[in-house]
Ligand binder design. Structure first.
Ligand code: GSH
Length: 199
C-alpha cells in the first residue's frame, strides 16, 4: 500500500501512527504528495486533492484519515484501534471527531495566515476558529483521553496537539495540566510517536 501524505501533515500522521500501533508500518510505503501541485497524481487518486490518501494494491484509493484508520484496523483483524463494542466504539469515534475538529480549526487558522497577506486577514475568523480549539482543549482537560488504550480518538488528539506545537505555537499546556500530562505519557508509550513527529 502507498500512503500519499507529507511528513508535516497532522491528518497524514494519523495513519502513520495507527500503522505503527497495529504493526502494519512495513506494509505501507510513504510517497510524498504536494496538494498545491496540480500535476501531482494526488488529484487523480483523490478528487479532493487532500492528504492522506491510501493507494491499495489494486490501485483503488481510500480517503480520508478516518476511513484509512478504519481500514487499517480491519486489516489488523478489527477491534484494535476501533473497538467493536458499541459504547466504546462511539466514544472512540467521538473523541476522534474532537481531535479532528481541533485540527480542522487549526488548519483553517494556518491557511488564513499562509494564503492571505496581513491586511486581508480576518481577525474575527481567526478568533472564531481559536474559540473552537480552546473549548475542545478545555473539554479534554476535564476528561483527558485514556492512559491505557490507543484508539482512533487518542491518535487524533495526539496528532492535533502535535500540530499545535509544530505549526501554531499556542500555549495550550499552562491552563491544562491534566491534558499536558496525558500527552507526555502518550508520547512515551505510543509506538511510532517519535518517528512520525512532524518535520
Ligand atoms: N478530513 C480530512 C482532512 C485532510 C486535510 O485537510 N488534509 C490537509 C493537509 S493536513 C490537506 O490535504 N489540505 C489540502 C487542501 O485542503 O486542499 C482527513 O481526515 O483526512
Amino acid at each position: 500500500m502507498i500512503l500519499r501524505t507529507s511528513l508535516t501533515s497532522p491528518f497524514g500522521r494519523k495513519p502513520r501512527l495507527a500503522a505503527a500501533v497495529l504493526g502494519l508500518s512495513g506494509r505501507i510505503e510513504v510517497e510524498l504528495a504536494d496538494f498545491l501541485d496540480e500535476t501531482d497524481s494526488l488529484r487523480r487518486q483523490n478528487p479532493l486533492g487532500k492528504i492522506p490518501t491510501l493507494v491499495l494494491a489494486d490501485g483503488s484509493t481510500l480517503y480520508d484519515s478516518r476511513v484509512i484508520l478504519e481500514y487499517l484496523d480491519h486489516l489488523a483483524g478489527g477491534g484494535r484501534i476501533l473497538p467493536s463494542e458499541p459504547a466504546a466504539r462511539f466514544a472512540a469515534l467521538r473523541l476522534q471527531a474532537l481531535g479532528d475538529g481541533i485540527l480542522d480549526a487549526g488548519v483553517l487558522r494556518r491557511l488564513e495566515t499562509m494564503f492571505r497577506d496581513e491586511p486581508l486577514r480576518s481577525a474575527g475568523w481567526l478568533t472564531y476558529q481559536s474559540g473552537k480549539m480552546s473549548r475542545a482543549l478545555d473539554a479534554l482537560e476535564v476528561a483527558p483521553p485514556s492512559d491505557s488504550d490507543i484508539f482512533v480518538g487518542e491518535i487524533a488528539v495526539a496528532c492535533a496537539l502535535g500540530f499545535i506545537d509544530f505549526r501554531l505555537g499556542d500555549d495550550w499546556r499552562s491552563a491544562r495540566p491534566r491534558l499536558a500530562g496525558w500527552y507526555e505519557r502518550f508520547a512515551a508509550r505510543c509506538p511510532g510517536f517519535a518517528e512520525t513527529a512532524p518535520r
